[in-house]
Design a protein around this ligand. Structure first.
Ligand SMILES: Nc1ccn([C@@H]2O[C@H](COP(=O)(O)O)[C@@H](O)[C@H]2O)c(=O)n1
Ligand code: CDI
Length: 158
């Protein structure tokens, strides 16, 4: 049986934070705010995988109220998704994603992100799609207030 899932996340830009996307630190004047490392791309991917499995979302497993996970690396969240897939007998077929960011340019870092994400999920970089677009100056993304990410995933449950 094949199952798909979707994920969406958004984080606000903040001063004095590193910008972590897909497990990679991207040089930029601001980072993203969050209880975790605020890796908006990994969060969208995690929710897409959890959706495939029919499980609750990221906040169920990693509550924003849990002080013990403050600053958690979101690749660890993907590793948890990998464990949950194994428990359910699910094999990830592919993950696709789009980041929506007015700045900075992120596509030059896509290959590095694919390596980090695929390592965490136990799949190959070729099974991961990473794309990016600006919001053509419109809305909160267009005003450079934050970054959004969309993802979908396909798993096979044998
Ligand atoms: N944050 C971003 C946004 C876009 N890109 C790359 O630029 C291309 C053109 O973006 P438009 O929104 O102007 O169509 C896009 O296809 C991406 O390759 C990027 O790297 N980082
Ligand atoms: C992983 C968590 C943990 O607080 O990260 P946050 O940085 O709060 O990010 P968000 O995408 O708002 O919600 C997911 C949370 O569960």
């Amino acid at each position: 049986m094949f199952r798909t899932g979707i994920g969406y996340d958004v984080h606000q830009f903040a001063d004095n934070r590193p910008l972590i996307l897909g497990g990679v630190e991207i040089p930029h004047s601001q980072g993203l705010a969050g209880h975790s490392d605020a890796d908006v791309l990994c969060h969208a991917i995690a929710d897409a995988i959890l959706g495939c499995l029919g499980l609750p979302d990221i906040g169920h497993y990693f509550p924003p109220t849990d002080a013990s996970i403050e600053g958690i690396c979101s690749l660890d969240i993907l590793a948890k998704c990998r464990e949950l897939c194994a428990e359910k007998g699910a094999e990830i077929q592919n993950v696709d994603s789009t980041m929506i960011a007015e700045c900075p340019k992120v596509l030059p870092h896509a290959a590095a992100m694919k390596i980090k994400i695929s390592d965490a999920l136990g799949i190959t970089p070729e099974q991961i799609g990473i794309k990016a677009t600006t919001n053509e100056t419109m809305g909160f993304v267009g005003r450079k207030e934050g970054i959004a990410a969309l993802a979908n995933a396909l798993v096979e449950i044998k």
